[in-house]
Design a protein around this ligand. Structure first.
Ligand code: SF4
Ligand code: SF4
Ligand code: SF4
Length: 258
């Protein structure tokens, strides 16, 4: 694998301008969606099959005034990716040479296992196409030596993209030692510098794979892979040893009316 690339999003300097949201829509040619005013500046309120990234607004009262936290929601490109662990369709979710978790709609069967497994509630299902979708870390731009569209559009420099280790070292030398996702799940491909506890943003304090997620890939699939050929061989050996199963009537030379 080439050097693992990542995002480091510094939420302390994000102004919630949402240029990243718009740039992602533009680059990926994702359609607009009707939204409604629900009394918040947050818009849209959720990720969707046509919204791979959005700024989440956490609006709260602190010392008698409105206090905001902003979080760029998108796929976190986990080093240990639950979505990949459960996906039964080979090639539908794969890790590319730069460490991003990319989806291939051609191979996706729409089973939605990845949606259930993701600890960050990221993939979204499109019933019209029977496919999932999510951020792919702009693999198509990276392959053409362009940085991801959202990072390019960010006017404050809150979204840093580059070699993962370099981003971590730079943040630490800038005194930003507490990096969300530095080590969890084998390191996230989208890390954050947060102003408050992860739970204040709706992030798991300690992200981990949900219990049972690995069961299919770690136990069922290997057993099936081992068990299916073994069963076929056993059936074949039984057949050549004992022949085809015969009914009692047939073996006794009787008829149905005997
Ligand atoms: S955030 Fe969810 S969808 Fe993205 S790589 Fe991790 S498990 Fe997969
Ligand atoms: S990396 Fe690309 S696909 Fe992912 S959120 Fe940014 S612009 Fe969208
Ligand atoms: S473009 Fe940058 S500053 Fe604007 S909302 Fe996105 S991350 Fe925040």
């Amino acid at each position: 694998m080439a050097t693992r690339k990542a995002f480091l999003v510094d939420t302390t300097i994000c102004t919630a301008c949402r240029s990243c949201q718009v740039a992602c829509k533009n680059w990926n040619e994702l359609g607009v969606e009707p939204t409604t005013n629900r009394g918040s500046y947050e818009n849209p309120m959720d990720l969707s099959p046509t919204c791979y990234t959005k700024i989440k607004f956490v609006e709260r009262e602190k010392s008698g005034s409105l206090n905001w936290l902003f979080l760029k929601q998108q796929c976190l490109h986990c080093g240990e990716a639950a979505c990949m662990k459960v996906c039964p369709a080979p090639g539908a979710l794969y890790r590319n040479a730069h460490g991003a978790v990319v989806f291939n709609p051609e191979k996706c069967t729409g089973c939605k296992y990845c949606i259930t497994a993701c600890p960050f509630d990221i993939p979204r299902y499109n019933a019209a196409t029977n496919k999932i979708s999510k951020c792919h870390l702009c693999y198509d731009r990276i392959e053409n030596n362009l940085i991801p569209a959202c990072a390019k559009a960010c006017p404050t420099g809150a979204i840093k993209y580059g070699a993962r280790e370099t981003l971590i070292q730079q943040a630490k030398s800038d005194g930003k030692a507490n990096i969300y996702g530095e080590k969890d799940l084998d390191g996230l491909g989208c890390m954050f510098i947060l102003k408050d506890a992860p739970s204040a943003y709706g992030l798991p304090d300690v992200p981990k794979i949900k219990a049972g997620t690995s069961f299919y890939k770690d136990f069922v699939e290997p057993l099936w892979n081992f068990g299916a050929p073994a069963a076929i061989i056993a059936l074949f050996l039984h057949y050549i040893t004992f022949g085809a199963k015969r009914t009692d009537n047939a073996s006794e030379g009787g008829t149905a009316n005997d």
